[in-house]
Design a protein around this ligand. Structure first.
Ligand SMILES: C[S@@+](CC[C@H](N)C(=O)[O-])C[C@H]1O[C@@H](n2cnc3c(N)ncnc32)[C@H](O)[C@@H]1O
Length: 203
């Protein structure tokens, strides 16, 4: 189950959301530097597009998907300011990123900044299976998630290193390349986070 109401994200994008820092998350950029992605890439819950722009800026073809129309409209408007050589590599779509197999496309990389941590354990299990089916063999999942919880409604649920190691196992088709403490930057204050790069096995 998701603890967020369907209206919540629509309402947040009426103003600038706290996670929208106007730039890609440094922890995601560090993972992309250390574990270079293969295209095409998918950004699940892409918001106003910063990680899509970062991937396209690295020459990677990329699709960003978000359920909020206003976020995608903003991302498309921002993309108009990009050099044509970068802009032609990216694409945005309004849709449900919890079921990426419905896109009927395979990806060499999936970037997830603040999406996985929106969901409860049962949905995380299903999302991990969807990601495994969506990534090409050897494809990589780049994750940044809160490592703490706040006693407030409409806030994420923490993700721990132990949870990632238990869920993304070789038996389920995964190899963890990196998992480490990180920070999730926000407009309010940095939040303790976990960053991971997890590879879909080739076999
Ligand atoms: C914490 S924000 C992170 C946004 C962006 N990745 C970033 O780092 O700035 C989570 C995003 O997931 C989107 N979202 C929530 N549920 C979704 C769903 N089921 N499918 C697609 N996007 C969803 C929200 O609209 C929001 O943009």
């Amino acid at each position: 189950m998701s603890r967020f109401s369907p209206e919540f994200f629509d309402s947040v994008y009426r103003e600038t959301p706290p996670w929208d820092i106007g730039a890609a998350q440094p922890a995601i950029l560090a993972l992309l530097d250390e574990y270079p992605p293969e295209g095409p890439a998918l950004d699940v819950g892409c918001g106003s597009g910063d990680h899509v722009f970062a991937l396209a800026g690295r020459g990677v073809q990329v699709l960003g998907i978000d359920v909020v129309e206003a976020a995608i409209a903003q991302a498309r408007a921002r993309a108009e300011a990009l050099p044509p050589a970068v802009a032609r590599l990216l694409e945005f779509k309004v849709g449900d990123a919890l079921h990426p197999t419905l896109l009927q496309r395979r990806f060499g990389a999936v970037v997830d900044s603040g999406f996985f941590h929106l969901f409860e354990q049962d949905q995380r299990d299903r999302l991990a299976d969807e990601l495994e089916a969506t990534l090409l063999p050897g494809g990589r999942y780049y994750l940044l998630a809160f490592a703490v919880e706040f006693p407030m409604p409409n806030t994420p649920l923490k993700v721990t290193e132990d949870e990632l190691r238990a869920r993304f196992t070789a038996e389920r088709g995964w190899r963890i390349l990196e998992v480490r403490p990180a920070q999730f930057e926000s407009r309010i204050a940095p939040v303790p986070a976990v960053a991971a790069c997890i590879e879909r096995l080739r076999g």
